[in-house]
Design a protein around this ligand. Structure first.
Ligand SMILES: *Cc1c(COP(=O)(O)O)cnc(C)c1O
Length: 475
């Protein structure tokens, strides 16, 4: 594409983005689409000869965008929503322009050093002490896999050369509310799903540390080797907080690696009034936080902070000759901290975002989200027939329509129907979870454009859907 042609389409694309970000609230949040609809609308074979870029952009507008679930929409409250903010989009664009590969310092000095800088800025933002070194990965699933690989390296050093064949049974401990990425990491690391012991959680979905202590003792008695304890700060279902401090006591007592999964809630540690909830995470060996979950960063961007980066290097460093560089002694080569050799220049968008919003700007927006969620929680508590399923610490509200006297199975169907009805309205998008075997509805606030009016409209839709679902059940 000649430079002048690029300029033309580049301007066109940026104009489209600016209008989209301005108008996204007017789109239906989620498309009314059946699986396969988009595939059926597109040619199944690649074009033999190049097409006019105008046609490509037109199909983007007419076919792709209508098939998008709009995460940037102010009434997108599903999963953990986060706006891919404008400075982040510009960062993505300019990083793609440079197209550097941050394998080793020599392959991308700016990529390497800006990653060191921005990850340390984030460490300071959330109040973790010096000594935690950061790397950026694609997702928290990768970050936790790498952290647990470092833990395995420390506790089962024979595994790296010999595999696990000769090693004793190994175990990772996590609460029953922990994210499935911990189980996936255990599968990938060869520990198997039986290698994860899911410790019961209490009535507020926090890990029961007494049960953790008993589980570790029982395993040690049987010759099982503990590899890591995972504390989740901000679980996926309810954003509940494991008591990191007492979990750290158990990990320290037995010298076990402590990994903290703060993928979603981590940024909220920037708020001094919330920081007590994180008490003890500074004792962790590794911490994962996703800027793409609640820090306005376009996917993907996951921060792994490690207080023992030497174990990450011990797990992964394996330098083929062609990657040896004269600088090896004095520089950080990011390929040594995980599986990927090639790495995107993700630090650029993060740097843009932190500079554009500033620490106070980030705090103000997180506070705004928490206030919206707490306002909703109060209304849910006051509303007859509705209940709050979990305490609201951050932007996530978990609720259930449960008028007294109904059979729990019927209520499950009713809550599923309520959610479907709201999502089909195109006015708001929420997601669900299952807690103690029962269906619950999750509304998470994390978008920069969400206002009180959006949350209140979603609440109106929920109540209306509940009345209708009740009517259908009675009919
Ligand atoms: C979302 C989530 C993950 C996984 O994050 P990815 O970046 O999508 O891999 C891990 N842990 C928790 C607590 C999460 O909420």
């Amino acid at each position: 594409m000649p430079p002048e042609e690029f300029r033309r389409w580049g301007h066109e694309a940026v104009d489209w983005i600016a209008s989209y970000l301005r108008d996204v609230g007017e789109y239906p949040v989620s498309p009314s689409l059946r699986p396969g609809d988009l595939l059926r609308a597109l040619p199944s074979t690649p074009p033999e000869s190049g097409e006019a870029f105008a046609d490509v952009l037109a199909d983007y507008r007419d076919l792709i965008v209508p098939a998008v679930n709009h995460w940037n929409h102010p009434a997108f409250f599903g999963f953990f929503p986060s706006t891919g903010s404008a400075p982040g989009i510009l960062g993505e664009m300019l990083a793609a322009a440079l197209n550097v590969n941050t394998m080793v310092w020599t392959s991308s000095p700016a990529g390497t050093e800006l990653e060191q800088l921005t990850t340390d800025w984030l460490r300071q933002l959330v109040g973790l002490p010096e000594g935690f070194e950061g790397v950026i990965n694609d997702t928290a699933s990768s970050s936790s896999l790498y952290a647990l690989a470092a833990a395995r390296e420390r506790h089962v050093p024979e595994a790296r050369e010999q595999g696990l064949g000769a090693a004793p049974r190994c175990r990772i401990y996590a609460s029953e509310q922990a994210h499935s990425s911990i189980d996936k990491a255990a599968i990938t690391l060869g520990l198997g799903r039986a290698g994860v012991r899911h410790v019961p959680a209490d009535e507020e979905f926090r890990m029961d540390v007494g049960a953790l202590r008993a589980a570790v003792r029982e395993d040690l008695g049987k010759g099982v080797r503990p590899v890591a304890v995972v504390a989740t700060l901000g679980t996926t279902s309810t954003a509940s907080m494991d008591p990191a401090d007492t979990v750290a006591d158990v990990a320290e007592e037995h010298g076990i690696w402590l990994h903290v999964d703060a993928t979603y809630a981590g940024p909220a540690a920037a708020l001094l009034e919330r920081r007590h909830l994180f008490q003890g995470w500074e004792r962790a060996d590794s911490v994962v936080i996703n800027p793409h979950k609640w820090l306005f960063t376009p996917v993907d961007c996951s921060l792994l902070l490690c207080r023992r980066p030497e174990w990450l290097r011990a797990a992964f460093s394996l330098t083929p000759e062609y990657l040896r560089t004269v600088e090896d002694g004095g520089v950080k080569n990011l390929m040594d901290y995980g599986v990927s050799l090639g790495r995107r220049f993700r630090a650029l968008k993060l740097w843009f975002i932190l500079r554009y919003f500033g620490v106070e700007g980030v705090r103000a927006r997180l506070r705004g989200h928490i206030a919206l969620a707490q306002g909703l929680a109060e209304q849910v508590q006051r509303e007859a027939g509705w209940e709050l399923v979990a305490p609201v610490h951050f932007g996530t509200v978990v609720m259930r329509y449960a008028p007294p006297g109904e059979d729990p199975e019927a209520l499950d169907r009713m809550n599923a129907a309520i959610l479907e009805r709201v999502n089909k309205s195109g006015e708001a998008f929420l997601s669900r979870t299952v807690l103690r075997g029962r269906v619950a509805i999750r509304l998470a606030v994390g978008n920069l454009r969400s206002t009180r009016a959006h949350v209140e409209r979603a609440w109106e839709l929920l109540r209306a859907a509940a009345r209708e679902a009740e009517g259908e059940l009675a009919a």
